[in-house]
Design a protein around this ligand. Sequence first.
Ligand SMILES: *[C@@H]1O[C@H](CO)[C@@H](O)[C@H](O)[C@H]1NC(C)=O
Ligand SMILES: *[C@@H]1O[C@H](CO)[C@@H](O)[C@H](O)[C@H]1NC(C)=O
Ligand SMILES: *[C@@H]1O[C@H](CO)[C@@H](O)[C@H](O)[C@H]1NC(C)=O
Ligand SMILES: *[C@@H]1O[C@H](CO)[C@@H](O)[C@H](O)[C@H]1NC(C)=O
Ligand SMILES: *[C@@H]1O[C@H](CO)[C@@H](O)[C@H](O)[C@H]1NC(C)=O
Ligand SMILES: *[C@@H]1O[C@H](CO)[C@@H](O)[C@H](O)[C@H]1NC(C)=O
Ligand SMILES: [Ca+2]
Length: 366
Amino acid sequence: MPLILQVLLFYCTLLFTLSSIPTIIETDIGSDYDDQFALIYLLSRPDLFDLKLVVVSTYNTTARGQIVAKTLAAFNRYDVTLALGRYTENNWPENNIWEYEWAKDYTLEEFQQHGGKVEYDGESALLQELLKSTTTNVYNFIQISPVTSLGHVLKQNSNLNLTNVRLFAMAGSIYQGYVNQTSADIEYNILNNIPGAQLMFKKKWKEFMLASLDCTKYFQFNGPIWQQFLNHSMSKLILDSFKIWYENGGKHLDTLQPYSPLFGTSALHDLLAVYLVINDRNTIISEELPLIITDQGYTIINKSTGMPVQTCLRFKTNESVNEIGAIILNTIINARSECTTIYVNIFLSVFSLFIGIIATFSQQYR
Ligand SMILES: *[C@@H]1O[C@H](CO)[C@@H](O)[C@H](O)[C@H]1NC(C)=O
Ligand SMILES: *[C@@H]1O[C@H](CO)[C@@H](O)[C@H](O)[C@H]1NC(C)=O
Ligand SMILES: *[C@@H]1O[C@H](CO)[C@@H](O)[C@H](O)[C@H]1NC(C)=O
Ligand SMILES: *[C@@H]1O[C@H](CO)[C@@H](O)[C@H](O)[C@H]1NC(C)=O
Ligand SMILES: *[C@@H]1O[C@H](CO)[C@@H](O)[C@H](O)[C@H]1NC(C)=O
Ligand SMILES: *[C@@H]1O[C@H](CO)[C@@H](O)[C@H](O)[C@H]1NC(C)=O
Ligand SMILES: [Ca+2]
C-alpha cells in the first residue's frame, strides 16, 4: 500500500478512536433477535463506540457466546473481549436460543485461534472493566439483557463507584405494556432478574437513559426501507441469522405489525437502547422520571425514592420509527467502508485540485 494511503488510514482510525467512548454491553443474544441487531449496529458505529467487552448472560452462556464470537469475527473485531456470564437455570422453556444454529459451527476455540479473547469468568472481567472508568475516561454501559452479570457485580461490590458510567438500558414498562396492552406490564428483562434490576435502578450513574416497552414495542422496520436494505449485499449477515432465528421459533412472537425476513423486522427492543446514545430529540420524546422497581417487577414512578431516569415514552410522529430505521439500516450497509470512503474522497479532492491547477496553467501559457 502506498505510504500516503497508509498515513490516511492511520489518521482515519485515529479519528475514530479519539472520538469514540469505551463501551461495555451485557446481552442475552440468541433468544430474541433484537440483541443481534443491536450488536451489529453498535459495531457499525466505531466513531461512537470503542467496544471493549461483551458479556453474555442467562441460561447457556457458551451458546450465546458463540453467536457473539461469530459476529465479532464478521467485523474483524478480535480486539473486543467476549466474557461469559454464569450459566443460569432455564425457567423459560419457551425462551430457547433460536439463533444458536447460525453460530453452532463457530466454536469459542476457533474464535481464539483467530485471535479472539474469551474470559470464562465473565463477572470478574466485567468488574475489572468497570473499574477502569474515571472522570477523564467515561464509559458507556449498554444493558440489553436481564440484569444478571451486572446484578451479581453490584451485589458483591456495593461500594462500586459508577458515576463515570453512562447507562443505556432496555427494560421496564411505564404506561403501556406488551403489544396491545394499554397499562403497564412486568417487562421480561426485569421479571427474569428482579433483584438485579432493583440494584441497577438504585445505583447512581453518570446518566441513565431507558428504552422502555412504551417505545420499543413500536420499533419495527418494514416497507421500502427494508426492501432497499435487502437489496444490498451487506444485509446478508442480518438476513442469514434472522432467517434461522425465525424458522427455529422466532416467528411465534406477538408484535404490533407482522414480520418475516422478507417483510420486515420483529420489535427491535434492544436496538433502541443503543440508538438512545445519540440522544436524537427530533424523533424521540423522553422525560426524566424518578423510577423504582417493585418487588413484583413493575417500573413505577416514586418521587421520594426513585433515581432520575431519562425515559423514552413515545416517538414524535408516526413516521419517526421509519426515519430512525432508514438511518440505522444505512449505517449498517455502509459499515466497514467508512475509512475507504474518507480516503477516496480525499483522493478525489486532491485529484480535482490537481486538474484545476493544470487547467489554469495551460490557459496562462496558451
Ligand atoms: C450449552 O451449549 C453448548 C453448545 O455451545 C453445548 O455444547 C452445551 O452442552 C450446552 N450446555 C447445556 C448445559 O445445555
Ligand atoms: C465517585 O467518584 C467521583 C469521582 O470520579 C467522586 O466525585 C464521588 O464522590 C465518588 N462517589 C462516591 C460515593 O465515592
Ligand atoms: C392487537 O390488536 C389488534 C387490533 O385490535 C388485533 O388485530 C391483534 O390481534 C391484537 N394482538 C394481540 C396480540 O392481541
Ligand atoms: C431491489 O432490486 C430489484 C432487482 O435488482 C429492483 O427491481 C428493485 O427496484 C429494488 N428495490 C429497491 C427498493 O431498491
Ligand atoms: C415511594 O417509596 C416510599 C419508600 O419506599 C414509600 O413509602 C411510598 O409509599 C412510595 N410512594 C409511592 C407513590 O409508591
Ligand atoms: C398516527 O397513527 C395513529 C394510529 O394509527 C392515528 O390515529 C394518528 O392519526 C396518526 N397520526 C398522524 C400524525 O398521522
Ligand atoms: Ca436482549
